[in-house]
Design a protein around this ligand. Structure first.
Ligand SMILES: Nc1nc2c(c(=O)[nH]1)N[C@H]1C(S)=C(S)[C@@H](COP(=O)(O)OP(=O)(O)OC[C@H]3O[C@@H](n4cnc5c(=O)[nH]c(N)nc54)[C@H](O)[C@@H]3O)O[C@H]1N2
Ligand SMILES: Nc1nc2c(c(=O)[nH]1)N[C@H]1C(S)=C(S)[C@@H](COP(=O)(O)OP(=O)(O)OC[C@H]3O[C@@H](n4cnc5c(=O)[nH]c(N)nc54)[C@H](O)[C@@H]3O)O[C@H]1N2
Ligand SMILES: [Mo]
Length: 774
């Protein structure tokens, strides 16, 4: 047994090394003639590639047919043998010495490495203890997170299957941090999240038809770079360039200029964060006053337009929602709002609202108001026009999903009924037995003793991390299974080293990708790391359910088994349907491109009697009796302007925008080359406007502290005109590295969730990430 102190781990992994990703055109010149026998195929959420091991480094070449490969591929190059990897199972000293139980030293304790057999024996015994003493409803296995692209080793599926088999179930979670409010709002108002965000407007329609795209929250290609399960071709930048060349106009409504690629030649309108609903209501006011609201569309296809228009005119509350009124809230010139509204009525206009807007306070409102604005323009259901929720937020949008079975690991039956919306993790742990509202239901928080996290990083993704640490201090046992010593691993009692996807065989697939990819093992597992499947197999056999968990299959047998439904479906359609060995040898199989038919909203426009929407009225609900019936003061029956609960004050005068990082996927591979190259002196960079910098005597490159009532973090300052006045932009994902400083717990690496606010919400739930800071 050896011991080591992880308090120094954070500085150890922060070393950057130089690497390169070979560009696609360089690639073809030194490859074999057909380009196919260099390295082995693999895939990730940020793109397909081939890889070849050169010593400890992985040489990576993007998929040659990808027109715009992601810079994130660079993060793989030095990852395999990086010292941030977990080498052996490790147990927190306090847990080893004192046994399971509440413990405030989670996050500051040291670890003892143990052999696999000992780690699995102890964990199996602890799982059995909690099950037998408290039942499976004392185990939280929601385990929110992105994990890796491979569909068999998808670790949440593996974990859920294991917990169902060994315990009879677990407390799970619903929803996502991505779309916590919109996922539950959209079905009440217009239709499912999939129908409105996915099978709707495509990039092809925009290239061909759209005159004006008004994108609330922008369409940053750094975001659409990414799609869960994989993405073979990044078409977003090229599509925007093509549309712009035809004369399409893009308007970037965002605090950051960089939320569109330069190729789109977007105009930039920057309202203060959290005020978009006021801008949208004022746009409705302009259309109504100018007689440009499409009365026929509103009366035929919508319900509740009159009530909403009465509110817009001020008949309901005495406040007409004019551009002047919105100017005072958004900080925009009234003329800018008026001109944009009039332009929107001139041609084919598409309104989009990104995920980011609904992740803030009153996040239902801009999603719903965006629909209302598009309904007033009367174009919902036309090619390239109307409304598409979150188009451009991920690589899944703007593409029609494939209607074909894809590999998925069966998870079995969960016998536990209790669940939480995923962002309620800290609320649940701190308030067992308390009741809370969710989407019209009243639910109760269960009493959790053991949390098992695999494939997600709560000390990255949750808000108010000081409070999250307090929540985890109260449970008996925290298990984290990951390939790297993340902040979550450093708070865990039992840490199990998993392989990276690069070290195992798998199948990459996504509903919005036209190829399924054989992900080949490119390297031997690091140190004693084991595949997630093998870890659960080891636990299941100790808990007398090994056979039920594996069904007698090893990895190879599972891959063949999971491939078969797709192959059979291809064959049934008379398409090339190679058997598994051919698929693995060639590295890919083509899936049939679905028809771009505009989906549900197009059909609804063509015939609303034959194709009503799945809402109570069958129409678009600009007023919803269902939502009004919930009686939530912060989400009444139609979209309204509700001010932010925390507004800038003299003590916290700036607004923090903690958006998705351009150089990694969330916190994954933060130690990788692309991510490290974006840091300054090992710290995450915060961007601010020259005016705001000057007011505070901040020079480019200075070390700055960002703080709120909840906590603080240290970052390097970068000064840029691309951030609007009053806003500081600190992308998320820097590994949380807290120290005690001046009586405060602060993150010395620049994780914005050290300062962000967490607020659950009646109608849905959300993790708020925009709030005032000093
Ligand atoms: N302030 C702020 N906070 C945010 C956001 C924001 O914009 N601002 N965005 C939110 C959103 S939308 C999301 S989706 C979340 C993302 O939150 P997460 O999905 O939790 O973030 P990731 O960093 O992707 O975490 C994945 C973890 O899984 C590990 N992993 C990867 N592959 C494997 C595997 O094969 N096996 C095992 N065992 N582990 C693996 C990785 O090392 C990593 O630690 O963050 C949310 N939090
Ligand atoms: N490279 C990379 N790409 C990713 C991810 C990643 O981690 N890295 N994560 C993926 C995931 S899981 C998701 S869910 C999506 C998330 O997709 P989004 O939530 O759309 O992504 P963000 O980058 O947080 O936000 C987009 C932009 O919205 C702007 N914004 C913030 N607040 C406001 C506001 O109040 N009003 C307006 N008008 N604009 C505002 C910010 O300037 C921000 O850059 O991204 C995906 N893509
Ligand atoms: Mo997300």
């Amino acid at each position: 047994m050896s011991t080591f102190d992880l308090s120094t781990a954070a500085s150890r992994w922060r070393t950057s090394r130089s690497t390169r990703v070979i560009a696609p055109d360089t690639e073809r010149t030194d490859m074999a003639e057909d380009g196919s026998n260099w390295g082995l195929p693999h895939s990730s959420h940020w793109g397909r590639f081939r890889g070849r091991l050169e010593g400890d480094r992985l040489e990576v070449r993007p998929y040659p047919d990808d027109p715009d490969p992601s810079p994130l591929l660079d993060n793989f190059t030095d990852a395999l043998r990086h010292r941030a990897r977990i080498a052996r199972p490790a147990i927190r000293r306090g847990w080893l010495e004192r046994g399971p139980g509440p413990d405030k030293s989670r996050g500051t304790d040291t670890y003892v490495e143990v052999p696999w057999d000992e780690a699995l024996d102890r964990l199996a015994a602890e799982l059995a203890r909690v099950r037998d003493d408290h039942g499976p409803e004392a185990v939280f296995g929601g385990s929110y997170g992105w994990a890796s692209a491979g569909r068999f080793h998808h670790v949440q599926s593996q974990l859920h299957r294991f917990l169902n088999t060994a315990l009879g179930g677990y407390v799970g979670s619903v929803g996502s941090y991505s779309a916590g409010a919109s996922t539950f709002l959209l079905p009440h108002v217009v239709g499912s999240f999939e129908a409105i965000s996915r099978h709707n407007i495509t990039w092809g329609q925009i290239v061909e038809h759209t005159d004006l795209v008004i994108a609330f929250g922008g369409m940053a290609v750094k975001n659409s770079n990414v799609a869960a399960g994989g993405i073979s071709r990044h078409i977003e930048r090229g599509s925007m360039a093509e549309a712009a060349a035809r004369g399409a106009r893009f308007v970037n409504v965002s605090p950051l200029r960089g939320d569109f690629p330069p190729e789109a030649r977007a105009e930039w309108i920057a309202p203060q964060p959290g005020t978009d609903t006021a801008m949208m209501l004022a746009m409705m006011h302009v259309l109504d006053a100018a007689g440009l609201a499409d009365r026929r569309y509103l009366e035929t296809y919508c319900v509740g337009a009159d009530r909403l228009i009465a509110y817009v005119r001020g008949e309901a509350d005495g406040v007409p929602k004019t551009p002047d009124w919105a100017s005072g809230i958004t900080g925009l010139d009234a003329e800018v709002i008026t001109a944009l509204s009039l332009d929107a009525a001139k041609g084919r206009t598409l309104i989009t609202v990104s995920h980011s807007l609904q992740r803030a306070e009153h996040g239902e409102q801009p999603v719903w108001a965006g629909i209302a604005l598009a309904a007033m323009l009367g174009q919902i259901g036309l090619p390239g026009a109307g409304y598409n929720y979150a188009l451009g937020s991920l690589g899944h949008t703007g593409r029609v999903p494939i209607n074909l079975p894809l590999p998925t690991l069966p998870q079995g039956q969960n016998g536990v009924e209790a669940f939480i919306p995923c962002a309620r993790i800290a609320d649940m742990l701190l308030n067992p037995g308390a009741s809370f509202d969710f989407n019209g239901q009243r639910l109760t928080y269960p009493q959790i003793k053991l949390v098992y996290w695999a494939g997600g990083n709560p000390f990255h993704h949750h808000q108010d991390l000081t409070r999250l640490a307090q929540a985890f201090a109260g449970i008996d046992t925290l298990v984290v299974q990951d390939f790297a010593w993340t902040a979550s691993a450093r708070h865990a009692d039992i840490v199990l080293p998993a392989t990276m996807s690069l070290e195992r065989e798998d199948i990459g697939a996504a509903k919005t990708d036209l190829q399924m990819v054989a992900m080949r093992a490119l390297a031997e597992p690091f140190a004693e790391a084991r595949d997630d499947f093998a870890i659960f197999q080891g636990l299941a056999s100790r808990m007398s359910c090994g056979e039920a968990f594996t069904e007698g299959r090893d990895t190879e047998a599972w891959l063949r088994h999971l491939y078969e439904p797709t192959r059979a479906a291809l064959e049934a359609r008379g398409l090339p349907a190679p058997d598994f060995d051919v698929f693995r040898d060639t590295g890919e199989v083509d899936l049939p491109a679905p028809v771009d038919d505009g989906g549900m909203l197009r059909k609804f426009r063509a015939d609303l009697v034959a194709h009503p929407l799945p809402t109570p009225s069958g129409r678009i609900e600009l007023y919803s009796e269902t939502i009004a019936g919930f009686g939530y003061p912060d989400c009444p029956g139609h979209p309204v302007w509700l001010d932010r609960i925390e507004v800038p004050t003299p003590a916290c005068p700036l607004w923090l925008v903690s958006n998705q990082p351009a150089t990694r996927l969330h916190s994954q591979l933060d130690f990788g080359a692309a991510s490290q190259a974006s840091k300054r002196k090992g710290r995450e960079v915060a961007y601010l406007n020259p005016g705001d910098a000057q007011d505070r005597d901040i020079a480019d490159g200075d070390l700055i502290k960002i703080s709120s009532d909840r906590g603080a973090c240290l970052t390097a300052a970068a000064i840029t005109e691309s951030v609007t006045r009053g806003v500081v932009n600190l992308p998320t994902g820097a590994w949380y590295d807290p120290i005690d400083f001046d009586g405060q717990r602060i993150c010395q690496h620049g994780n914005p969730n050290a300062v962000t606010r967490m607020r659950g919400h009646h109608g849905s739930h959300r993790a708020q990430r925009d709030n005032p800071v000093a």
